[in-house]
Design a protein. Structure first.
Length: 169
């Protein structure tokens, strides 16, 4: 009597095997094992056993970097998405607010840009660049008196910002 030769399992068979055996076990483990507290997870660093730090500020910084990269490529919708995600993780992420303002200003949405720049100024009132962003948005909206005041504040906080505006115009 000859025994039939068993063919090797296909990759899809392994997937079904995992679904039928391993996934229920993982579900049980999640139910039985306690989850670490958010405070404990926030204290972990990448060198602590390979666990990635999931603190909101770290996640926000990651999205700010992705937003800047998208902005530099001209992908304004993607940039707005990442800046929005950063703000969702940390609403005090001043550079997310500023980046959002830049993307909105270039998208010809100066009223929305102004709101973003004002949030950046609220979070970090001593940054001249945020006030310079306000100046650009206010100028686009035709609110010249307010724009001049924003520009004066920007220069008072950071005199190197003169490169942003040609005084001859």
């Amino acid at each position: 009597m000859t025994m039939p030769i068993e063919t090797p399992r296909k990759r899809s068979d392994w997937g079904r095997w995992l679904d039928t055996l391993v996934h229920p076990l993982l579900g049980l483990a999640r139910w039985v094992l306690p989850r670490p507290s958010n405070a404990h997870l926030a204290r972990l660093s990448p060198r602590d056993g390979g666990v990635v730090n999931t603190a909101p500020a770290v996640r926000a910084a990651s999205h700010i970097q992705k937003g800047r990269t998208a902005f530099e490529r001209g992908a304004l919708g993607e940039a707005l998405h990442h800046f929005g995600e950063a703000i969702a993780f940390d609403d005090s992420a001043r550079w997310a607010w500023h980046g959002r303002g830049d993307a909105l200003q270039i998208s010809e949405r100066p009223a929305d840009a102004l709101a973003a720049y004002e949030m950046a100024c609220t979070v970090d009132p001593e940054c001249g660049l945020h006030h310079a962003g306000r100046f650009n948005a206010l100028t686009s909206l035709g609110r010249i008196v307010e724009a001049d005041a924003a520009w004066e504040t920007a220069l008072r906080l950071d005199s190197s910002l003169t490169w942003m505006r040609d005084e001859g115009s």
